[in-house]
Design a protein. Structure first.
Length: 94
């Protein structure tokens, strides 16, 4: 399972649930997630569609649901990875 997908999932779910004190805090956290996971050349860049990397202009006025489409793709990837892991793991005891 690709750990960066799981870290993205956790970061976005946390972002969606935080009660930010200001719009600047929301903007800062949204930018951190983008820079870490979606920006071209980022350290933990995810393999998601290019549409998600075009979110940068929206970071000026982000909403809590800015990463929802990317999150759907990541959830599917995690589900597939986990299923593959379980199939492999079940074969270890044979």
């Amino acid at each position: 399972m690709d750990s960066e997908y799981l870290r993205f999932f956790i970061a976005v779910e946390t972002y969606r649930r935080i009660n930010f004190a200001s719009a600047d805090e929301l903007k800062q956290k949204a930018r951190e997630i983008y820079n870490r996971f979606l920006k071209d050349g980022s350290e933990e860049q995810l393999s998601v569609g290019t549409e998600h990397r075009m979110l940068e202009p929206k970071l000026q006025n982000p909403t809590v649901d800015i990463y929802d489409k990317a999150l759907i793709e990541v959830r599917m990837n995690l589900r597939t990875s986990f299923t593959s892991f379980m199939v492999t793991y079940e074969g270890w005891g044979s």
